[in-house]
Design a binder for this molecule. Structure first.
Ligand SMILES: [Ca+2]
Ligand SMILES: [Ca+2]
Ligand SMILES: [Ca+2]
Length: 204
């Protein structure tokens, strides 16, 4: 008969100990934003989005997968397009980098040598499969189009950088002449935006 109370006491002591640990873990959360005055500021960097390499100087900023009446390429065609944005104050040479719409083929299309994106500037890649078209020497033309039903676009670093994925966006079904881009410009999540090829993203 005396063993029962002892067991109960033991259980109660263990429960109290566990509860005190849980209470402590509820109170002390050094990694939680706002509770720790020494949170490193980079933890709050809005560039830390899924798919975007932290601090990537160039990002996929906007795209249109079904362009009927919004923008024309230099040859006068309403083709799909991807807008890149240089988030830095220096021009960036994209030589050796890639753009792809296939996760299993990240080096699908390579930027022509000498392709540069201006400081805080924008660059449009026409996704029209006109890469080998001799009549389409003006402008950047990839060897893939964007699917209106949705897919993935990847911005990939050069071979020397092990083709690291610098940025990517997965998009679902798109509507004709409706753009999909980052809000805030260059850092935010993708959403439906006003079409602003080569300009800062805005909501309608
Ligand atoms: Ca074209
Ligand atoms: Ca398309
Ligand atoms: Ca834009």
């Amino acid at each position: 008969m005396k063993k029962i109370p002892i067991t109960l006491i033991f259980v109660l002591i263990c429960s109290a100990f566990i509860m005190s640990c849980e209470y402590a873990s509820d109170v002390v959360r050094p990694g939680e934003p706002g509770t720790d005055p020494v949170d490193p500021p980079e933890m709050k960097d809005p560039s830390e989005k899924e798919g975007m390499l932290k601090g990537s100087p160039v990002v996929i900023n906007e795209l249109m997968a079904d362009n009927d009446n919004i923008a024309m390429d230099p040859q006068g065609d309403n083709d799909d397009w991807v807008e890149l944005y240089n988030r830095t104050d220096s021009p960036i040479d994209l030589t050796g980098m890639y753009l792809s719409d296939k996760v299993d083929n990240p080096t699908k299309w390579q930027f022509p040598d000498g392709t540069e994106i201006a400081a805080n500037g924008y660059l449009i890649v026409w996704c029209d499969e006109d890469h080998d078209n001799e009549d389409a020497t003006e402008g950047l033309h990839s060897n893939f189009k964007l699917s209106k039903s949705g897919e993935t676009v990847l911005l990939v670093g050069p071979d020397a950088n092990d083709n690291m994925v610098l940025d990517s966006v997965v998009f679902g079904e798109q509507e004709t002449d409706v753009a999909y881009g980052r809000i805030p410009n260059g850092t935010g999540d993708f959403q439906i935006v006003a079409a602003t090829p080569s300009a800062e993203n805005t909501v309608n």
